[in-house]
Ligand binder design. Structure first.
Ligand SMILES: [Fe+2]
Length: 186
C-alpha cells in the first residue's frame, strides 16, 4: 500500500499549464505525498489551503499574491516532520526554523519562480509570529491557520474570543470566524 501511494505520480499526469491553476494542484499533491500516511496533517493543510484561498478571493488579492498565499498555505507546516526528527517535538519556533529550507526545495523542484519561493519561504518561517505582519498574504495565512487550529485543538470559547480579538483583522477572516464559531440562538 505504502509503495503504491509513493509510486503513482498523479501530479505528473494532471494537465498543469505553466501559468494556470494546475501548478497549485501539483504542489498540493506533492505536499500530500510529502506527508503520506499522516492523515491528520494532510487534513489540516487541506483545510488551511481552502480557507486561505477563499479569503484571498474574498479580499480580491492580486493574482500573484493569491498564488503566494495558496502555495504558502499548502506548505506552511512543512517543518513539522523535520522538527520532530531533530528535536523530538514540533514547537512553532522549531517549525519556523526547519520549514523554510524544505519549502524552498519543494517549490524549486516544481519550477516556481524565485520571487514566489522567497516570499513563501518567509511566510513559512514566520507563520507562528504574530508581530510585524507585513502583508495580506501573511495576515490571511495566520487567520486561516487559526480558523482550523481553534477547531482541531478544541479551543474553549474564551480562548477563541481572545484569539479573535488579538489576531483577526481582515473582513473575510472575521466573517468566517463568526460563521464557524458563532452560537445560533434561534
Ligand atoms: Fe498549521
Amino acid at each position: 500500500m505504502e509503495e503504491h501511494v509513493r509510486q503513482e505520480p498523479y501530479d505528473r499526469q494532471l494537465e498543469c499549464p505553466a501559468d494556470g491553476p494546475g501548478k497549485t494542484d501539483r504542489l498540493l499533491l506533492a505536499m500530500i505525498r510529502y506527508d503520506a500516511g499522516d492523515a491528520r496533517r494532510i487534513q489540516h493543510l487541506t483545510k488551511v489551503y481552502e480557507y486561505a484561498g477563499l479569503m484571498g478571493r474574498m479580499e480580491r488579492l492580486k493574482k500573484e499574491d493569491q498564488e503566494i498565499l495558496e502555495a504558502a498555505a499548502i506548505v506552511h507546516d512543512i517543518g513539522i516532520h523535520r522538527s520532530e526528527e531533530k528535536y523530538g517535538r514540533n514547537t512553532g519556533r522549531y517549525q519556523e526554523i526547519e520549514g523554510p529550507p524544505e519549502a524552498e526545495k519543494l517549490l524549486a523542484s516544481q519550477g516556481w519562480p524565485e520571487t514566489v519561493i522567497q516570499r513563501v519561504s518567509y511566510l513559512v518561517g514566520h507563520h507562528h509570529t504574530y508581530t510585524d505582519i507585513d502583508g495580506m498574504d501573511y495576515q490571511l495565512l495566520v487567520e486561516a491557520d487559526f480558523l482550523v487550529n481553534l477547531f482541531e485543538e478544541g479551543a474553549l470559547p474564551e480562548t477563541r474570543e481572545d484569539v479573535f480579538r488579538r489576531i483577526f483583522r481582515t473582513e473575510s477572516g472575521k466573517y468566517l470566524f463568526q460563521q464557524i464559531f458563532s452560537q445560533k440562538t434561534e
